[in-house]
Design a protein around this ligand. Structure first.
Ligand code: FES
Length: 158
């Protein structure tokens, strides 16, 4: 083997090492670029909101909370656990509220009446067989707190 062959082989190995270094460097740069771009695309479309302590809810009662857009959400506690209802009436979108004395959800726009499980039994929503939309709510008994899953909203720039 001549000295020229050795020098040539070292040159090839050096070029390969330099190429591998460049690929690794651009690869890391590319991954960092993706990490910068992807979280926005992968950002969850919902958010968990603290909805109070479990003990703040009486069994059979309903509390009105608000999502991030200011829409009332009706959170109910029963013997079985927690249920959350979107307060938007499925008929034409008025706001439904809880009437504890009548043990029903009521929509004042067209006298829509809903059972505690959210199923309509009177008024136009009852005629159409509609129900209040449910939202995800979860209680954490160990921590003694309730969380409500709501639609995320875009943040406004100051
Ligand atoms: S909008 Fe609720 S009953 Fe019509």
């Amino acid at each position: 083997m001549s000295e020229h062959d050795t020098t040539s082989r070292r040159g090839i190995l050096a070029s390969l090492a330099m190429g591998a270094g460049l690929v690794a460097a651009y690869g890391v740069l590319g991954l960092q670029g993706l990490a910068f771009l992807l979280p926005k695309r992968l950002r969850p479309k919902t958010r968990l909101l603290y909805a109070g302590r479990i003990d703040d809810y009486e069994i059979g009662g309903v509390k009105t909370l608000y999502d991030l857009e200011g829409t009332p959400v009706l959170v109910q506690r029963s013997e079985e656990g927690f249920t959350a209802f979107d307060s938007t009436c499925p008929h034409l979108g008025c706001k439904v509220h809880w009437e504890p004395d009548n043990d029903r959800f009521f929509c004042p726009c067209h006298n829509g009446e809903f059972r505690p499980d959210g199923v309509a039994y009177a008024g136009p929503p009852g005629d159409a067989g509609q129900s209040l939309a449910k939202m995800n709510v979860e209680a954490n008994p160990e921590a003694g707190v309730v969380y409500l899953e709501v639609k995320d909203v875009k943040r406004r720039k100051a």
